[in-house]
Design a protein around this ligand. Structure first.
Ligand code: FES
Length: 155
């Protein structure tokens, strides 16, 4: 859906700023808001561009840069730590050729550590987008990454 069609869903009430920004972000393949998006939204709501920019930079759910297709969060809390989640994290970063910002070389994956994911019974565990994975080891990590690259995973 293009931005004009998204705007048609909302009245010009300023209180819709976050909802509109969310819908626009979700409509973008790389889940981010461009400066032009913010200009169009602020013009529609008759607010300063700085207000839209401020909201986009304040809330962690928004980004002004293209986002990886797959957001990987590896649990580093106690149970997973004991089960060597750090080794899994290192292996995954190496496998994906992650840069200093933990983005894969191909831009498909972003890797980060997370607090307990509530999956301690299947630790070490991780989430990729909204999909959970547990009992991880190097073989399962390789298989999961391969499936995602081939588009044969539901993440
Ligand atoms: S400690 Fe890792 S899921 Fe709970």
């Amino acid at each position: 859906m293009n931005i004009e069609n998204i705007l048609k869903k909302y009245s010009k009430d300023k209180s819709y700023l976050l909802e509109i920004m969310h819908d626009v972000k979700e409509s973008r393949e790389n889940k981010y808001l461009s400066l032009n998006d913010l200009k169009v939204i602020s013009k529609y709501l008759n607010i300063n561009l700085s207000a839209a920019y401020g909201a986009a930079t304040f809330y962690s759910m928004f980004s002004l840069k293209p986002q990886a297709k797959y957001i990987i969060k590896i649990c580093s809390s106690t149970v997973c730590h004991i089960k060597k989640s750090y080794n899994i994290l290192s292996f995954l970063k190496s496998l994906l050729n992650c840069d200093d910002e933990n983005l894969s070389k191909d831009g498909l994956f972003a890797v980060s550590e997370a607090e307990c994911l509530g999956l301690c019974d299947i630790s070490p565990s991780m989430m990729i987008n909204n999909q959970v994975y547990g009992d991880l080891d190097e073989n399962s990590i390789k298989r999961i990454v391969e499936e995602l690259k081939n588009g044969s995973s539901g993440a």
